[in-house]
Design a protein around this ligand. Sequence first.
Ligand code: ATP
Ligand code: MG
Length: 416
Amino acid sequence: MKFSQLFTKTLREAPTDETAINAQLLIRGGFVFKNSAGIYSYLPLGWRVLSKIANVIREEINAIGGQELFMSALVEKKYMEPTGRWNLDVGYFAKGLGEEEASFVMGWSHEEVLTAISARYISSYKDLPFSAYQIQTKFRHEARAKSGLLRGREFMMKDLYSFHASQESLNEYYEKAKNAYLKIFNRCGLKAVYTLAAGGIFTDKFTHEFQVVADVGEDTIYVNEDKNEAINKEVFDERGLKHLGWKKEDLVEKKSIEVGNIFDQGTKYSEALGLYFTDEGGDKKPVIMGAYGIGLGRIMATVVEVSSDDKGIIWPENIAPFRVHLITLNEQNSELRITNYANKIYEDLIKNNVEVLYDDREDKAPGEKFADADLIGCPIRLVVSKKTLEKDSVELKHRNKKELELVALSDIKNRL
Ligand code: ATP
Ligand code: MG
């Protein structure tokens, strides 16, 4: 991509109504546009990052047998009423102009919808287990929309649901999902801590969260540093500690951001919506369900919170908008040679499948180009200038390191 063609521009100043670092940097870099409080649009740079996160998630969830589908965002009352979740104040209700009352809610979680779908197809133990997921926008009335993209009123979620004939089968899948989640966060450059938690409005059982330690986090967890696991403050009591076999004194209190969670939902949804199967002995039983969520925008925002400096974002390799940020320093276009060389490097990189953002803008001073490269935060910066060309080389710098090094033009391909 050529910078001169990108329709968005970087901003020098952060908007005054955003206090969160993630929103400030993502808006300044042209990754997102703030439409309203807690509502953001993803611009080309941001959409590249989000799509990469989505693909990491897809690969790992497909690997544990998840079947991708896409459900309706408008959810009719008849699905939510049987589970008692129609009137919860988390929803945005949808009603037509002439209608007195809303009969739809903007989907904020899809247990009901998928349970109803499954009831059409599942009848025997032979149909189980299976799991299905989607990546879709969720809508929630969040009271505290002040953490930028960490807590949106509209946000992308990967929601996976699993369906089982026995508790053992669910437990086995729960463990698989846990490992898939740890891989996902790791590939996105995050250190996630597996954390015992409460189920909130979803379930009375213990659940598990994946927490990233960060001062801006809304959660408080107590970390067992030997195990790299933790217990959420909300279940930091005798029952929770006993469940883990841990002692209070061995744990360290930290602030953290929840990037994902997994739930054993038992038979709450299957019983309410009539999802039964016949077991081997011919008895009719409700299907046992698990639910597994990850917020894509929240991953992106968390990465910015934990991986940035005063100059901008430092993207991890796997989810960077581009791997390379190529810059020409060619004041007043004095040297056609520089432009020609940079063009050639750009084309070579593309030919070799290296994703590159090429700052070919002729009206920008070197300082501005460097500042934009630091703000946007691609892992590798390459500079072509008169000085580097005299040595038949380019200057290479990693966003997360200080050192500059000269790489021979003939060597670039190998180095990348
Ligand atoms: P929280 O406690 O942070 O409100 P939650 O318990 O409501 O999260 P779920 O409903 O299970 O979370 O959603 C699954 C995942 O979706 C969360 O782990 C988080 O990554 C993401 N998520 C939840 N709410 C939001 C939001 N308002 N904005 C962005 N991401 C969110
Ligand atoms: Mg919530």
